[in-house]
Design a protein around this ligand. Structure first.
Ligand code: SAM
Length: 285
């Protein structure tokens, strides 16, 4: 029998996934079944079935995305940049192994090339097989899967992409450098002269230092920098942030929004950069 990792606990009350949030709090999810688990060279990759969240992708014990709310994060990290850039032809996704961001990008007919640079092929394998609510069983020929370290990949690209989406895991392990200014500078160089980037920048409630640092780095590198948020129930605290860095464009074009979205609506998109007062104040400091 495969040994259970220490974040899966079985007791009289059933089986639980216990997510340890940096020793600050523990979030427990009831689970019915472990559908997939393998150790990759980078992390422990697991898909579980839960009664409330459906399928959940769990990397090193941390929930990444679920059937219940994966679309919220994936729509927000893609439709905002793709409705701001007037003519996105080449899109790069760094990370994004659950394939949900790539799936959203395919909704834009003008996009000709979608490069997805994911460090861990096992995440893609697990999600294509067992998390189709999020991955959508992606087979669009415009998507090129490149299994490589995004930090190294970006260094060789100059003046190439219209939009870069950094869909990374938390700033630990292989994703640590994806939150550093030197990396964002390489992203800037990989973008065309009117290109733009967006990254996930963690929780405004619990990771303000990471968000502040990310925003500051991007503000120093790009003429336009903006933060927006979304409510993603499975992320600690619910509220999650995204940071945009743009060389030229800053306004969303509501008429460009893809038709089949579940979370992003024209009304939401038109107000997406409206921030709560506490966050506005914290970012100004
Ligand atoms: N939506 C999720 C969240 O915010 O929790 C993250 C989505 S996705 C699962 C994150 C992916 O980033 C993982 O599959 C991980 O393997 C990948 N990743 C981490 N570091 C990376 C790197 N240096 N280069 C490319 N991909 C990386």
């Amino acid at each position: 029998m495969t040994q259970l990792p220490n974040f899966i606990q079985k007791n009289d009350d059933g089986m639980w996934l216990v997510e340890d949030e940096e020793n600050m709090m523990k979030i427990s999810y009831r689970i019915d079944e472990i559908v997939y688990q393998k150790q990759s060279p980078f992390q422990h990759v697991m898909v579980v079935q839960s009664p409330n969240f459906g399928r959940m992708l769990v990397l090193d014990g941390i929930v990444q995305t679920t059937s219940l709310d994966g679309h919220i994060y994936n729509e927000m990290i893609t439709h905002v940049p793709l409705t701001i850039h007037p003519n996105p032809k080449r899109v790069l996704i760094i990370g994004g192994g659950d394939c949900g961001a790539a799936r959203e990008v395919t909704k834009y007919k003008e996009v000709e090339e979608i490069d997805m640079v994911e460090i861990d092929a096992l995440v893609v394998e697990a999600c294509k097989l067992h998390l189709t609510d999020v991955s959508g069983n992606l087979s669009d020929p415009r998507v090129n899967f490149i299994f490589a370290d995004g930090i190294e990949y970006i260094k060789a690209k100059k003046d190439y992409y219209d939009v870069v989406i950094i869909d990374s895991s938390d700033p630990i392990g292989p994703a640590t450098q994806l939150f550093e200014k030197s990396f964002y500078n390489n992203v800037k160089e990989a973008l065309k002269e009117d290109g733009l980037m967006v990254c996930q920048s963690q929780s405004p409630a619990f990771h303000m230092k990471v968000l502040h640092q990310t925003y500051r780095s991007i503000q120093e590198l790009f003429p336009i920098s903006k933060v927006y948020t979304a409510v993603v129930p499975t992320y600690p605290g619910g509220m999650w942030s995204f940071t945009l860095g743009s060389k030229k464009y800053s306004e969303v074009d509501l008429s460009k929004l893809a038709a089949d979205t579940k979370y992003v609506s024209p009304a939401l998109l038109s107000q997406c950069f409206a921030l709560p007062a506490f966050l506005q104040k914290a970012l100004a400091e």
